[in-house]
Design a protein around this ligand. Structure first.
Ligand code: PAF
Length: 286
């Protein structure tokens, strides 16, 4: 059976108030829809950890820095509800736009500092303000105890964790493993926009990342590894590689070697679609 879809905040609050009175815990899986196996793994994690689970679907205009990207973003609400049916989700919150941004809305949540100053920050101006603002609202609207995010958007996960901590929102943010296609391609709603032949090429991103990470962990210096990866991606048919960075997993500071817990993070364009991915880089034995 498909879960009830609520579109108004008052209806959502009436439900969550009942659950709270019964002493039940609430898990939240925020999404922009076009659900795939990655989202469904978050739902499974939420079901295991909480008595009640809310999935939200809201294509948040404030986090798009490109009007065409917003217009093209896949919207598949009926299919999404069908995909969620076997998971026993308690409700799907698909807020009408005025439930998030009512007339005269004027507040912005902005996470500053080093975690937003790099990678997605400069390449997508305003993106993280949009994410932090909508996620803060969803945390407050749902009053969830735990929220589940994919590690695929590693920087986003850091931003929402910091935002909740800085604003004292009583919620635990949980990062879950990236789910991948057999080819290694990270699952993403944007993959739906890739033509069939580009899907095969897209796997080159993760392959280049795994190769560079393995060599960095074996002690090879980063700069030539990055250059070789950029070359491999160009040969595989990728366009601009916006970043292909080795960074500290906790601060996102750039690293020359994985001398402490590290992450390799990349963003690259393929056939007009921007793909991002990240993987853990095993620490160099010093
Ligand atoms: O990762 C996403 O789908 C979105 O950025 C999120 C967290 C649902 C906020 O709109």
């Amino acid at each position: 059976m498909t879960a009830p879809i609520l579109r108004r905040l008052a209806d959502l609050r009436a439900k969550t108030a009942d659950w709270r009175r019964a002493g039940e815990t609430i898990g939240l899986v925020p999404t922009m829809g076009a659900l795939h196996a990655g989202h469904l793994s978050l739902v499974e994690a939420a079901k295991q950890a909480c008595d009640r689970v809310i999935v939200t679907i809201f294509v948040n205009p404030k986090q798009f820095n490109n009007a065409e990207d917003l217009a093209n973003y896949p919207r598949t609400e009926n299919k999404d509800a069908e995909k969620l049916a076997p998971y026993g989700v308690d409700l799907i919150y698909v807020p009408d736009p005025d439930q998030i941004y009512p007339d005269g809305y004027a507040t912005n949540v902005s996470v500053g500092g080093s975690i937003t100053a790099v990678m997605e920050g400069p390449f997508r101006p305003g993106h993280f303000d949009g994410v932090a603002t909508v996620v803060a609202k969803l945390f407050l609207q749902t009053s969830a105890d735990k929220a589940f995010f994919g590690q695929k958007d590693y920087q986003q996960l850091m931003v929402v964790t910091r935002m909740a901590r800085d604003l004292d929102i009583p919620i635990e943010v949980i990062g879950c493993e990236t789910v991948r296609e057999p080819s290694g391609l990270a699952m993403s709603s944007r993959n739906l926009l890739l033509p069939e032949e580009a899907l095969a090429k897209a796997a080159a991103l993760n392959a280049a990342m795994r190769e560079a990470a393995a060599k960095a962990s074996a002690g090879e210096p980063w700069e030539p590894l990055e250059a070789a990866a950029r070359q491999a991606l160009a040969e595989a048919g990728f366009g601009d590689v916006e970043y292909f960075d080795l960074r500290c997993a906790e601060t996102l500071e750039a690293l020359e070697t994985p001398s402490r817990p590290a992450r390799l993070l990349a963003a690259a364009w393929l056939d007009g679609i921007r793909l991002i991915d990240n993987i853990a880089v095993p620490q160099l034995n010093s």
